[in-house]
Write a protein that binds this ligand. Structure first.
Ligand SMILES: *Cc1c(COP(=O)(O)O)cnc(C)c1O
Length: 376
């Protein structure tokens, strides 16, 4: 059993279709910013309903490019959750700015608006200027973006949505990508829309931001390649990855439905035995992960070992919150602490999740989970 079955996806798309796309790139030879990159950007922008899509080398660079575009630098604070992949906070210090850690809400693993308010105050008391907030759509589910965007507007913060895990998700009538002043995503192979290497993209409705992003990703280019208008980076999406993504995007709407159906089946099989993820009214998850919250004090290591012995792979996202890890421990956080983050980190357990899960496999996962809950 695979945790994420990319082989099944390749078989479903038809391996020849992807090979033909790659062969077309080999034939035309436009490996850097070839026609597939432009076609993909147009298709992704249309999918999300964003005016601009700017592709880049990976989801981490996408976050960094967003901060660079907004001119975030020394003396600035960027409000981030601690319960996330390191990339969300990692991009802040190299620009001279300071990440300020905020707690999450137990109901959706997303940024807690009350904690965000306290984090903004903490940043000000530390002599920093709060400039941006970067909520994360953890496990594919957007957080309470109505509350978070209202705070961002009232406090004059840029809203950057880290949608690395949530391509295809929705909040109200908006699709992830078209939420926030800038949003970012990742095409790392294990993400809901993944390529066969590294890749990422940014979305914005702002023409000025889009121009700035297109310059920054190619060394800060001006009117031509060797005209350097600003300090930039090298962060382009490979044409080959764009070609692969075009083929994967074609099957993506069907995959999203299949992920939702798989999540519903897990909910029916496990919902009365353990705390399963619930999607709040008005939101749609892209189900990057299906993450259980184990009972307080459960022996997660023992559960994982028992499930592994039954042939069921599991994963823990994320075992240690960032604010408790060496390189990040010195940055400010919500002065009330991050109790939800610290309570959930030892209790989360993610089950195999992908669009090609069969009912038989899910029944096996559920049986192994229920068996393991008894030993834990
Ligand atoms: C994966 C991920 C990233 C980074 O994406 P890469 O393409 O791996 O650089 C950023 N934020 C979150 C929440 C992620 O899960």
């Amino acid at each position: 059993m695979e945790f994420i079955d990319l082989g099944a996806q390749r078989a479903a798309i038809g391996p020849d279709r992807i090979a033909a796309r790659i062969r077309a790139v080999l034939d035309h030879g436009g490996f850097i910013m070839g026609p597939e990159v432009r076609a993909l950007e147009a298709a992704l922008a249309a999918f999300c309903g964003a005016k601009h899509c700017v592709s880049c080398a990976n989801g981490t660079d996408a976050l960094q490019l967003a901060l660079m575009t907004l001119g975030i630098g020394p003396g600035d604070a960027v409000l981030v959750p601690s319960f996330t992949f390191a990339a969300t906070a990692e991009v802040v210090p190299p620009l001279g700015a300071t990440p300020v850690f905020v707690d999450i809400d137990e109901s959706d693993f997303g940024m807690d608006p009350d904690s965000l308010m306290r984090g903004i105050e903490a940043a000000r008391s530390a002599g920093l200027v709060p400039r941006a907030v970067m909520p994360v759509d953890l496990f594919g589910l957007p957080p309470d973006l109505d509350a978070i965007s209202a705070i961002a507007a009232a406090e004059d913060l840029h809203l950057i949505c880290d949608a690395a895990q949530s391509f295809g998700a929705r909040h109200g009538d908006r699709t992830a990508g078209a939420i926030g002043e800038i949003s970012t995503t990742s095409f790392f192979p294990a993400k809901p829309l993944g390529c066969y290497g590294d890749g990422g993209a940014l979305f914005t409705d702002d023409d000025g931001h889009a121009d700035m992003l297109r310059s920054l990703r190619v060394h800060g280019k001006g009117s031509h390649k060797y005209d350097n208008a600003r300090i930039g980076v090298n962060s382009r999406l490979d044409t080959i990855q764009a070609a692969i993504l075009l083929e994967k995007l074609a099957v993506f709407p069907g995959e999203l439905k299949a992920r939702t159906a798989a999540a519903d089946r897990y909910g029916a099989l496990l919902g009365n035995r353990v705390k399963v993820p619930r999607v709040p009214e008005g939101r749609v998850s892209s189900w990057a992960q299906y993450t259980l919250t184990l009972p307080e004090g459960a022996d997660r290591d023992a559960m994982q070992a028992a499930m592994k012995a039954s042939g069921v792979p599991t994963a823990v996202y994320y075992p240690r919150p960032l604010h408790l890890q060496g390189p990040y421990a010195g940055f400010p956080h919500d002065p009330a602490g991050l109790p939800v983050t610290e309570n959930l980190a030892p209790r989360v357990l993610s089950l195999p999740m992908h669009p090609y899960l069969t009912e038989e496999v899910q029944a096996q996962v559920a049986a192994a989970t229920i068996g393991a809950l008894e030993v834990a």
